[in-house]
Write a protein that binds this ligand. Structure first.
Ligand SMILES: C[S@@+](CC[C@H](N)C(=O)[O-])C[C@H]1O[C@@H](n2cnc3c(N)ncnc32)[C@H](O)[C@@H]1O
Length: 331
């Protein structure tokens, strides 16, 4: 599993209420994230300012994201565009096939739809290729086994063949440790994916990257780093409303992988969170004041669970023992 879910504990809500009563989202290309602020000078057009963060090694959790200056409670740290996203099968006819925005109208005659011309245009190349193949066996495989991540691999493979993504695009992300049983369970998916392309007469040289090693290595990274996307209702810029949005979020519309957002480590009492307002573009926001040099951490799971349940989910899903302050204090 690797479901980075927003915690929905009453603990979180009360924290947001306190903030509100006081009135008080390097290693990748700049297109992978953007900020709301702009650095302007006299020599050219305004350019997005770098987000106030850096990725560095932590003492015990691999790489992590650190604040490079003070960030205020409720501040937008940065936004992030997915490297790859895919609707969940249950939402496939009701959300944009590219950005996962809820569609205003659904059509039975044309099941896969885009919300606007821009999304259609951005998907044109890989969607054109995807449409050449018959995905019924692969999709059935996902459906019967309750798998969502192979859909991300399918889309990534189509993007790589179309030249809009690099085959090694996810290599920078930490992979999950896969047991030999897990690897053998992935063989069926790999076989179905490859055969869908070969049956569609995609040339061998175009799918030379699509080896079993590539397939399992991509899935190992997706497993640890994919975010399950739940859209908040409406537009919430206010901190309290953001909290309400995460509490009232609708069912997941899909899954996505981001580069920068994947470097945020977990804390059961986090100082940052990730949310989605209208589509798969993510926002990383500070939950409380963060000082320069402090590590920014989000919560991967439902923080309302007790310590033992949280430790079990983190260990089974992400392969680590959480030693955040909350866990260490036994809370
Ligand atoms: C999404 S990645 C976060 C970035 C990762 N540290 C890296 O170097 O790429 C999740 C992985 O980071 C590590 N991690 C995250 N939070 C942690 C924590 N609270 N304690 C220990 N390890 C943690 C675990 O290895 C986990 O599987």
């Amino acid at each position: 599993m690797s479901v980075l879910e927003l915690a929905r504990s009453s603990r979180w809500v009360s924290r947001f209420k306190i903030f509100y009563s006081q009135r008080k989202l390097f290693l990748t290309s700049s297109s992978s994230f953007s900020t709301t602020s702009t650095a302007n000078n006299d020599e050219g057009p305004a350019r997005p300012a770098a987000p106030p963060i850096r990725v560095s090694l932590t003492e015990s959790a691999g790489r992590g994201v650190f604040a490079t200056r003070r960030i205020g409670a409720g501040d937008l740290i940065h936004t992030a565009k997915p490297l790859v996203a895919h609707p969940s099968l249950s939402a496939i006819n009701s959300v944009c096939y590219f950005c996962l925005r809820k569609l205003k109208t659904t059509s039975q005659t044309q099941p896969l739809q885009f919300c606007d011309k821009n999304c259609k245009e951005q998907s044109k190349v890989f969607y054109g290729l995807e449409r050449r193949a018959n995905w019924s066996a692969y999709d059935d495989y996902c459906r019967t086994h309750g798998l969502k991540y192979p859909l991300l691999v399918k889309r990534l493979a189509c993007m790589v063949i179309s030249g809009v993504a690099a085959a090694d695009g996810l290599d920078i992300l930490q992979p999950a440790n896969l047991s030999s049983i897990m690897v053998s369970q992935m063989e069926e998916g790999f076989g179905l994916l490859r055969s869908a392309f070969t049956k569609a007469n995609i040339l061998d040289e175009q799918i030379a990257f699509l080896t079993k090693t590539w397939y399992t290595s991509v899935l190992a990274r997706i497993r640890i780093n994919a975010f399950r996307i739940e859209l908040a209702r409406g537009v919430y810029e206010d901190l309290l409303l953001s909290a309400a949005a995460s509490v009232e979020a609708e069912a997941a519309v899909g899954n996505a992988v981001y580069i920068l957002a994947s470097f945020y480590n977990h804390d059961c009492d986090p100082n940052a969170h990730i949310l989605w307002i209208e589509n798969a573009d993510a926002r990383l926001k500070a939950l409380r004041d963060v000082e320069a040099g402090e590590e920014l951490r989000i919560c991967y799971i439902d923080a309302s669970m007790d310590r033992d349940a949280r430790q079990t989910v983190l260990s089974q899903g992400f392969g680590f023992q959480c030693n955040c302050l909350r866990c260490v204090s036994g809370d």
